[in-house]
Design a binder for this molecule. Structure first.
Ligand code: ZN
Length: 268
């Protein structure tokens, strides 16, 4: 009986260790952390839990953690300026969901923080997840309310947000011709800069999927940086393949802190 309990405890410890990789060394605190968020909202009752939805309460805990522990919030256009500083964090949002305005914006203001929003131009009623996987045809993404141009103007005018490019239609790049890729990546920058009269210097690969040709297109398009969805602490020597730290709606606060320190949470 005692042996069975001991084995059970060992198994739980192994599972805990694999899930959280708590022994993994902390990354240099002089390396900028680029946080990746999508929605700041509660979970939907009709679907299973989504990592893309971080609750407003949890997002506030994240901001409070950064603020209380001496982290400096920067926008992506400021990456090089603070390259060698201790504890620098860039908060990023992908796609352009309405809750970035209703839920995230007030909290960012409350904590004197800032963020970069990678905005899709044709975002309304656009179910881009189907382009990556036709089975993702639930309609949830299409029905998710997105930011209007007026919301975005207010967010930019406040000085809290800056914009980054995230293509026009959110294509699945491996299925996209070179001409269309160039149009999606370059023209989205022009449209954003013209519509919002605001400089766009950073790009996010749709679905985080990219190859060497895509990197070349971004490099040659007068962007200064590009982010991926590869998990980890960013290496600024590779400014067009920057890793980000995933903020997941499935995580508890302990997991969030591990991610900030080590760049990822664990192995399972
Ligand atoms: Zn996206």
């Amino acid at each position: 009986m005692t042996i069975t309990i001991a084995i059970l405890i060992d198994l739980l410890l192994i599972l805990f260790s694999l899930k959280y990789a708590w022994w993994y060394p902390r990354k240099d605190m002089k390396k900028t952390r680029i946080m990746m968020y999508h929605m700041i909202s509660g979970q939907l009752e009709s679907t299973k839990k989504s990592g893309l939805r971080v609750s407003p309460d949890m997002f506030e805990r994240h901001l409070k953690y950064f603020k209380n522990n001496g982290w400096k919030f920067i926008k992506m256009s400021e990456l090089q300026l603070y390259e060698n500083d201790n504890k620098v964090v860039a908060i990023t949002f992908d796609d352009g969901y309405l809750d970035n305005y209703t839920n995230a914006f007030p909290l960012l203001k409350k904590y004197n923080a800032c963020a970069t929003l990678y905005l899709v131009i044709d975002r309304h009623k656009n179910d881009w997840s189907v382009k990556k996987n036709p089975k993702h045809n639930t309609g949830v993404l299409a029905n998710e309310e997105k930011l209007s141009d007026d919301h975005i103007k207010e967010m930019l005018d406040s000085g809290v947000f800056e914009l980054g490019g995230h293509t026009i239609t959110h294509p699945f790049l491996p299925n996209t011709s070179t001409d269309d890729k160039q149009y999606e990546m370059i023209e989205c920058k022009n449209i954003l800069e013209t519509t919002f009269n605001s400089k766009v210097s950073s790009f996010a690969y749709p679905f985080g999927i990219y190859n060497d040709d895509d990197v070349e297109i971004v490099k040659n398009s007068s962007y200064e940086s590009a982010v991926t969805t590869d998990e980890g602490v960013a290496d600024l020597d590779l400014p067009f393949e920057l890793k980000r730290i995933k903020a997941s709606g499935k995580d508890n606060f302990f997991a969030f802190k591990l991610r900030v320190q080590k760049g990822f949470r664990g192995f399972i």
